[in-house]
Write a protein that binds this ligand. Structure first.
Ligand SMILES: Nc1ncnc2c1ncn2[C@@H]1O[C@H](COP(=O)(O)OP(=O)(O)OP(=O)(O)O)[C@@H](O)[C@H]1O
Length: 833
């Protein structure tokens, strides 16, 4: 069976998604030589007989869905364009699933997300665009085990310590979707943050990855955390957001075309095809959630954490989403979700349940073991009652002091038997149900109230929420992945043998067929699972987590990260029409207004005070218009940054430099436009040197103000920032030298004026206008006290001021604030943990 099986029908590679498998849509019956369950030809050992004939309505989802959107079909003459024609090229389709060209298994392949994209200069002389693509990087499957995790926080107000998690242990396996449930405040998010590596301080216990002590840095590269409030950059389209993710996460080894193929495949898979050109701010809640998942799927993380993924979604979208997560799990991933109160239909979609109450574990095991477990302890889930609701009622104390009883039961090992993945699998019984069409709902509710429930009753109870219509799915889903993996060990299918050093047997899920097991399951289970099965499987990988190179860096260099983020920032600023256009318009309009008010006062000795007011207002305006938008927008950008940084997209350094540089050109242009409008309308001296100096000092003031806004935005939330920004500015305005002369300020307060950047801005602007031995002003009245500009500067205590000192002071303040803001961001990141 080493011979490669070939699909006879023409297969056409789609231009922008080479992996799209097209079967002839013109016929309703398609003959395949060797399709696997998913309709993709397999290389070897296909479980389906050769020359099978399948009808469209038998075609599994991926193929069928392509048929519904037929692309130009043709019989390619050039065999390079076919996916499966010759031995060497045959495996393309399955490679799309498993990311590997057979016989091309180098260490490098295993370690990096390498596309196998034929370039122009391919030695095989293949046409440009001909692709044999490993569409996702290869990653090993991961089991997470945690032992005796305790977590406490110090409550300063109460001078005490609050213990949030009390010695909890458990294990989340690859190939499964785990729900962490419990009443509000039980510690679900805390546990997940700890497992995801977001919280690392004030905790004890150990987290094991594939039975080995977790290397946090390595683990963070293998995992992603999708938060409840999926903050996305609103002004990017779905495709653009995905490309940013791909560019950052897939590294420079992959050419742009290959990345776009990856992106298109994921978007197809996750159901965002229709929305690729929609701005993310216009997506629905469910679409946003799916995009959040798609963004993280780009580098194929084997572990995905979801904080309340269903919050804010309607029941149908919830169901679709959890089905999607389940399919991702079936691809070999470890999916962990916190969830509040799932419906019965949603609840049964989970494989594994971890129940927390008061920071302790109340149950850990199969979802279908929950009802029997509760029943065995005397808590009978009433008929037709959602077990998820019931267990939360129990955990909330509605049925008496149950928490300690259940916690003790867990500690004494009573729920051990429910943790086995084969628990409750009784295929015969399910078959009977299918045949007989009996609805067993309610049967299990029975009258059994004793603690010692018989096995038969337990199984009956476990089927309480299995609807008859879904029993076929169940049959497939209930198949444990492990035996299949074992069965495949001698075939060409890859089984990941993960090291088990602590005495655990392989039965304890340390071995798992990473990708195809998932596919097969999906194929059987069909529906949503099948739709995403192949595309989203973990890939064949001979590496294990412990042998992964201990590289600490990001997938791309700092320079690349900076460049990608800078381009993204530019794009989002330009597209933020409301803010960017408003900023520009406000600078022009206010400039014109000020110009109209102080029209032609610049050279009039009788209006020197008015002109000083105009200069002072100009300084203030450039300051406020630079600071406030940053205070308002930066906290939102911070949320995106925290998510992306903690999911290992890029470094803080790259983000910060990009952020710092991206907005500067806009600020410089806006401030300059305003200053020039005012300068001209108020008839200030038309000397190039003075104009340049005046514009420069105003721009510098605005950049310093922007830095202050960045600092406040980095350290505070919007509400606090909006208050703190203007409040901290008031003293700097007071000590600017406009309201009170420097000489008039009491000696012990004079130092404040040295830290007032507004003072440097105003002083520099005054020197630019009235300094440098400017000639006497025109006097339109009988007597003008300040005909001599020098005299006026003396009056303002600015006669000894040097423009360049003010400019350098502003530049220094700019750098100081930016550096402080950087460290505030670092501190914030540290505090999150
Ligand atoms: N930094 C902290 N200081 C004090 N208490 C904290 C802190 N962080 C968490 N807690 C407390 O720990 C408990 C568990 O919080 P956690 O967010 O993990 O609960 P949860 O189960 O996720 O709740 P919910 O379902 O409502 O989101 C809560 O009582 C919370 O008030």
């Amino acid at each position: 069976m080493d011979e490669l099986n070939v699909v006879k029908v023409p297969l056409v590679v789609k231009d922008n998604a080479c992996s799209t498998l097209l079967l002839s849509a013109q016929t309703t019956t398609t003959t395949l030589t060797t399709p696997n369950f998913l309709g993709y030809s397999s290389c070897k050992n296909s479980p389906v007989p050769t020359n099978a004939t399948i009808n469209d309505n038998q075609l599994p989802m991926p193929v069928f869905s392509k048929l519904q959107n037929p692309l130009p079909l043709h019989q390619p003459k050039d065999t390079d364009n076919t996916l499966c024609t010759t031995d060497k090229k045959t495996c393309s389709q399955i490679n799309l699933c498993n990311g590997e060209l057979k016989g091309n298994n180098t260490t490098q392949q295993n370690q990096s997300p390498l596309p196998k994209v034929q370039n122009k200069n391919s030695p095989n002389d293949q046409k440009k665009g001909t692709i044999s693509l490993s569409h996702l990087p290869q990653r090993p499957p991961v089991d997470i085990e945690f032992r005796d995790i305790s977590y406490s926080v110090t409550e300063r107000r109460l001078h005490g310590v609050k213990t949030i998690l009390k010695s909890v242990s458990g294990k989340f396996r690859n190939g499964e979707i785990t729900a962490i449930m419990g009443p509000s405040g039980a510690g679900k998010s805390t546990l997940m943050n700890i497992l995801a590596g977001y919280k690392t301080s004030q905790l004890s216990g150990s987290v094991l990855i594939n039975c080995n002590e977790r290397n946090l840095r390595r683990f963070r590269k293998l995992s992603c955390y999708i938060m409840q409030d999926d903050v996305l950059i609103g002004n990017l389209t779905v495709r653009e957001a995905m490309m940013v993710s791909a560019n950052l996460k897939l590294g420079k080894n992959m050419i742009t075309y290959a990345k776009s193929v990856v992106v298109e495949e994921i978007l197809d898979t996750i159901g965002l095809r229709e929305s690729v050109n929609t701005l993310t701010c216009n997506l629905s809640g469910g679409q946003r959630k799916r995009l959040s998942i798609a963004l993280e799927l780009v580098n194929n993380p084997p572990v995905m954490f979801f904080d309340e993924p269903t919050s804010g979604l309607d029941s149908s979208t919830c169901f679709q989403l959890i089905s999607l997560l389940r399919s991702l799990a079936r691809g070999g991933r470890t999916i962990v979700c916190t969830i509040h109160q799932p419906s019965a239909r949603l609840f049964e979609k989970f494989d594994h349940l971890y129940l927390l109450a008061e920071g302790q574990c109340m149950y850990e095991g199969r979802v279908r073991g929950l009802v029997p477990y509760l029943s065995s302890l005397g808590y009978e889930c009433p008929s037709y009652h959602n077990p998820a609701d019931y267990v939360l009622e129990v955990a909330s104390g509605e049925y008496g002091e149950a928490v300690q009883k259940l916690v003790q039961a867990v500690k004494s090992g009573m729920c051990k038997k429910y943790t086995h993945k084969d628990y409750g699998v009784d295929l015969m019984a399910v078959n009977d149900i299918i045949k007989g069409g009996r609805n067993d709902i309610g049967k299990g509710s029975s009258t059994n109230t004793t603690n010692d429930v018989s096995t038969a009753n337990e199984e009956m109870l476990s089927k309480q929420f299995v609807s008859i219509t879904e029993n076929k799915d169940k049959l497939a889903d209930l198949q444990p992945p492990q035996p299949q993996a074992k069965q495949l060990q001698n075939s060409d299918r890859t089984v990941i043998n993960m090291p088990c050093t602590n005495g655990m047997s392989n039965d304890d899920s340390c071995s798992y067929s990473s990708s195809k097991g998932g596919q097969s399951q999906n194929a059987v289970s069909g529906g949503t699972n099948a739709m995403v099965g192949c595309m989203t499987s973990l890939l064949d990988s001979h590496e294990s987590v412990v042998t992964l190179p201990n590289k600490t860096g990001f997938p791309t260099s700092s320079w690349t990260q900076f460049w990608i983020l800078l381009k993204r920032s530019f794009k989002t600023i330009l597209r933020d029409r409301m803010l960017t256009h408003l900023r520009l318009a406000s600078h022009i309009i206010v400039g014109a207004l000020i110009g109209a008010i102080y029209y032609d006062v610049g050279n009039d000795a009788s209006k020197v005070m008015s002109n000083a007011g105009c200069i002072f207002f100009t300084t203030l305006f450039t300051m406020f218009t630079a600071m406030m938008p940053t205070i308002l927008t930066f906290p939102t950008e911070m949320s995106v940054f925290v998510r992306e940084h903690l999911n290992y997209w890029y470094s803080l350094k790259a983000f910060y430099f990009a952020k710092t540089i991206a907005d500067m050109p806009f600020q410089i242009v806006f401030s300059s436009v305003y200053v020039l409008v005012v300068y001209c309308l108020t008839s200030q001296p038309m000397e190039l040197e003075r104009i340049s100096m005046f514009v420069l000092i105003c721009v510098l003031t605005s950049l310093v103000a922007q830095s202050l806004g960045l600092l406040i935005g980095a350290g505070m939330n919007i509400e606090t920032g909006v208050f703190l920004g203007p409040v901290t500015t008031i003293p700097t305005i007071l000590f600017s030298g406009f309201f009170v002369n420097f000489d008039t300020i009491p000696g012990y307060l004079q130092w404040v004026s040295y830290v007032s950047y507004v003072r440097y801005g105003f002083e520099g602007a005054m020197v630019a206008i009235y300094g440098m031995d400017r000639a006497k002003l025109q006097c339109s009245t009988i007597y003008c006290h300040y005909r001599s500009p020098k005299k006026f500067l003396e009056e303002m205590s600015m006669d000894n001021a040097l423009f360049w000192v003010d400019a350098v002071a502003l530049i220094g303040t700019f750098f100081a604030l930016r550096i402080i803001a950087y460290f505030v961001l670092r501190w914030k990141l540290h505090m999150i943990r």
